[in-house]
Design a protein around this ligand. Structure first.
Ligand code: ADP
Ligand code: TZD
Ligand code: MG
Length: 570
């Protein structure tokens, strides 16, 4: 049998990986080539898989993760052994933390030498190093196991709560040959990798019952709800019940931000006064003050829709847990909801609408500010205007003040268009997320970046130019982390700890790679530069001079920043 098939030809580990990816509809790889995966990238490209070559593995990993979030298919990141693997691992851990499906495939060195620590080229026990940071970590030790290895990785990445999966491919396995027929038979096309998980009917009844008794109900939409792509049903449930909703950062646009039931602009009042809160794909983590403290009513009761049963009661008791996939759960809620069962609470809606209008009026004043140098609001007022009639544009956003103020100012009107620092508040996602959004969607991307945040992945501006992606990077240049006016407490010549180069011209960076660089100092210039950039579709970087004294330390989370009380008294 073996002789018969081998006469028909041989395959090898490289080809089996590529065949397995293609068989499962995985058509894009983000990564950095080198020993032992150079040929894997090269052959993948030859076989019609798109390979996006980065300058550093971390942004490649972030790109894979957000591609996973946008497509519900695991994003693939390819790295070399040891240091390349570790560079990608931050992104893999971040994907796990945020619930984005991603597979980091890494080449590795010679097992026998690694295990005896005999000093191989780029020696590291990668599978075990990855374990604490991933949903699953596998190694393929025989070429005939590549198919099943990738199948396990796919299922682990996308089923249940999605996350990061590590798949280790030793160089020897990639290079090993196998007869073609045995190879073909070893491949696995994963059937229904993320099966719908139906909620228990009683849990749906319990949730509706609790909501119907609420005087001041509130729905909080998280990025799990955005990921689920159950957009129409979520909107129908919110509109049929008349319950006001609050989007978490990446859930902005799931329903348009200008929807009359959105209470994003009355967030504090909504959280503090709600008596029943329904969480849809949002965790009660630090971003929601753990559901406790002065932000919240101590007597509020919770409904929570989540696919992860252990998420229930993580921070506060959940009176009505609904465990299942969001698509199935919201559809069950809609099917079970009797007309008139949940009445709109007019007094509550009026109170929120009043507060919302007050806050929006106040913000409008800030946005119209024409002062020079620009503050964050003045600059964002200009961007808001340009994006107003372009809902399809993806907005990537990182920084501290740049992040917090952009989130509040820039309205989103379509689902999954806002991509940001997420659960960890991690810097460095900017260029990777922007590249993946452009590659996956073919749509324009505007990345609004603090100057410090931009630096974490700034070299990928070359990748953007090399692949000619329609990405406009706007750097909010206030000359520092939070602010540009910190002083060296020693009086010495070294720059202060949070400052960056004064008067830096980030626009010059993109010019080095043939992109378009602009430097703007007032809102009119910014409006014009951004309009031109979006119309041209060319890779553009707009360096935007922001008042170095405009920001606050740690942005909107200064409460989490421990400060020396001795220092303060001085
Ligand atoms: P946010 O940061 O927007 O508040 P989180 O990342 O904290 O959102 O929470 C997202 C939640 O959504 C996670 O607890 C995750 O288990 C859940 N989730 C993700 N996808 C689904 C899905 N398809 N169905 C149900 N729950 C999901
Ligand atoms: N490193 C990583 C990976 N993530 C982080 N969040 C930080 C460091 C700490 N950090 C923040 O939390 S925000 C930030 C850092 C370094 C940069 C803020 O400066 P910015 O934004 O220029 O990006 P603003 O507009 O000046 O506030
Ligand atoms: Mg800054």
């Amino acid at each position: 049998m073996a002789t018969e098939t081998s006469s028909k030809g041989v395959t090898d580990g490289f080809h089996l990986v590529i065949d397995a990816l293609k068989l499962n509809g995985l058509d894009t790889i983000f990564g950095v080539p080198g020993i032992p995966v150079t040929d894997l990238a090269r052959l993948a490209q030859a076989e019609g898989i798109r390979f996006i070559g980065f300058r550093h593995e971390q942004p490649a990993g972030h790109a894979a993760a957000i591609a996973g979030y946008l497509t519900q298919k695991p994003g693939i990141c390819l790295t070399v052994s040891a240091p390349g693997f570790l560079n990608g691992l931050v992104a893999l851990a971040n994907a796990t933390m945020n619930g984005f499906p991603m597979i980091q495939i890494s080449g590795s060195s010679e097992r026998a030498i690694i295990d005896l620590q005999q000093g191989d080229y780029e020696e590291l026990d990668q599978m075990n190093a990855a374990k604490p940071y991933t949903k699953a970590s596998y190694r393929v030790d025989r070429p005939e196991d590549i198919g099943i290895g990738l199948a396990r990785a796919i299922r682990a990445a996308v089923s249940g709560r999605p996350g990061g999966v590590y798949l280790d491919l030793p160089g020897s396995v990639l290079g090993a040959t196998l007869d073609s027929e045995t190879g073909a038979r070893s491949l696995v096309r994963v059937v229904d990798p993320a099966p719908e998980q139906l909620p228990a009917p009683e849990s749906i009844q319990r949730a509706l019952e609790l909501l119907s008794r609420a005087e001041r109900p509130l729905i909080i939409l998280g990025k799990g709800a955005a990921y689920a792509q159950a957009d129409a049903d979520i909107r129908a449930f919110i509109e049929k019940t008349g319950i006001p909703f609050l989007p978490m950062s990446m859930a902005k646009g799931l329903l348009p931000d200008d929807h009359p039931q959105s209470v994003a602009a009355a967030r504090s009042t909504a959280l503090a006064r709600a008596d029943v809160v329904m969480l849809i794909g949002a965790r009660l983590n630090w971003l929601l003050g753990h559901g406790k403290g002065s932000q919240w009513s101590p007597t509020a009761q919770f409904v929570q829709l989540d696919i992860a049963p252990t998420e229930m009661d993580s921070n506060r008791p959940i009176a009505a847990p609904v465990v299942g996939s969001i698509a199935a759960s919201v559809s069950a809620l809609l099917a079970t909801l009797k007309p008139g069962k949940i009445q709109p609470r007019t007094a509550w809606l009026d109170a929120l609408a009043h507060k919302k209008q007050h806050n929006l009026d106040r913000m409008a004043g800030n946005l119209a500010a024409k002062r020079e140098p620009m503050g964050f609001y003045g600059a964002l007022g200009a961007i808001k205007q340009v994006l107003a009639d372009k809902p399809e544009v993806y907005v990537v956003n990182e920084g501290a003040n740049t992040l917090d103020i952009t989130r509040n100012v820039i309205d989103m009107r379509l689902p999954r268009r806002r991509l940001d620092c997420g659960t960890w508040g991690v810097m460095g996602i900017g260029m990777g997320y922007a590249i993946a959004a452009a590659v996956v969607s073919g749509k324009p991307v505007v990345a609004i970046e603090g100057d410090s945040a931009f630096g974490f992945s700034g070299m990928e501006i070359e990748t953007i130019c090399r692949y000619q992606l329609p990405i406009v990077t706007v750097v909010f240049n206030n000359g520092g982390i939070y602010r540009g006016d910190d002083v060296n407490r020693s009086g010495g010549a070294d720059p202060a700890v949070t400052t960056l180069m004064k008067g830096a011209r980030h626009d010059k960076l993109i010019e080095a790679f043939g992109g378009v660089g602009k430097h703007v100092v007032d809102p009119q210039e910014l409006t014009q530069a951004l309009r031109e950039a979006l119309a041209s579709g060319k890779p553009t970087l707009i360096d935007c001079a922001i008042d170095p004294t405009a920001g606050t330390e740690s942005g909107h989370i200064s409460n989490l920043n421990p400060q020396s009380s001795i220092e303060k008294k001085k």
